[in-house]
Design a protein around this ligand. Structure first.
Ligand code: ZN
Length: 254
């Protein structure tokens, strides 16, 4: 099942809904309290899709693919690298993100995103299916020059618009070996598989939830495969994960 969040194209309040073919069927309330479908069905052409969830926090794994660590001259970490983004970083599918003033090296990073469905702490491997709501697509936009210059990555990876998410949450998929492909202006730049993650979904959740409680709608980014690179003003970047969908983001032209 694919769960989206949307407004009418003409504007209005945000609603959660279930994608059915080329339409969205509105849900009554939050999908985290149970999926109650209504009779309200709207063609996708008449809605604006928003980021599919409103996370209280986005926790992100760095260097979780060996080939990506290598391409930036880094070792595979002995202790997992975790950083965070905030609600102000999150934007939806088809968003236009301004090219930040403080960088001359803005990078894309296509990533599988885990969406939490239940409040949980110290998640065990056999609890993953219970606490995960589903999976969506993320782009971990990064000011690479600032990331290298500063000890903490909070500013370089947490700026406004740095966390495109969407287009929806797929609730019925095994994340173990999904192809992940990123294109820039139609040209393939990343062509990886989630099977190459160093820490898999269960290990990522176990690690981050050791010290903090995850809430419904929270998001965990699982790292990016090799092939990251710079974006220019006016570029269109699209991240596609097999079985989930394509997240497209435009970098503003000026
Ligand atoms: Zn990343």
């Amino acid at each position: 099942m694919r769960i989206a969040r949307y407004t009418p194209a003409s504007g209005g309040p945000a609603t959660y809904g279930v994608i059915e073919d080329d339409a969205v069927v509105a849900l009554d309330g939050s999908p985290f309290d149970g999926l109650r479908q209504t009779e309200e069905r709207t063609p996708l052409s008449e809605v604006t899709l928003l980021a599919p969830v409103e996370p209280s926090k986005v926790l992100c794994f760095g260097r979780n693919y060996a080939e990506h660590a290598k391409e930036l001259g880094n070792e595979v970490p002995e202790i997992p690298v975790v950083f965070s983004k905030f609600s102000t970083a999150v934007v939806g599918p088809d968003a236009e993100v301004p090219y930040p003033e403080l960088t001359s090296n803005l990078h894309f990073e296509g990533e599988l995103a885990i969406v939490i469905g239940r409040r949980c702490t110290r998640v065990q491997a056999d609890e993953v299916a219970d606490v995960v709501f589903g999976y969506t697509v993320a782009n971990d936009l990064t000011m690479r020059d600032m990331q290298r210059a500063e000890k903490q990555w909070t500013r370089a990876k947490g700026f406004d618009g740095s966390c495109p998410l969407g287009p929806w949450v797929e609730t019925e998929i095994d994340p173990g070996a999904l192809s992940l492909r990123t294109t820039v202006n139609g040209e393939v730049r990343q062509d990886g598989t989630t099977a190459d993650m160093l820490l898999d979904v269960a290990a990522c959740l176990a690690w981050v939830s050791q010290t903090m409680t995850l809430l419904p709608g929270d998001v965990v980014l699982t790292g990016t495969p090799a092939g990251v690179g710079a974006l220019q003003r006016g570029d269109e970047v699209a991240v596609t994960i097999e079985g989930i969908g394509t997240l497209t983001t435009r970098i503003a032209a000026d």
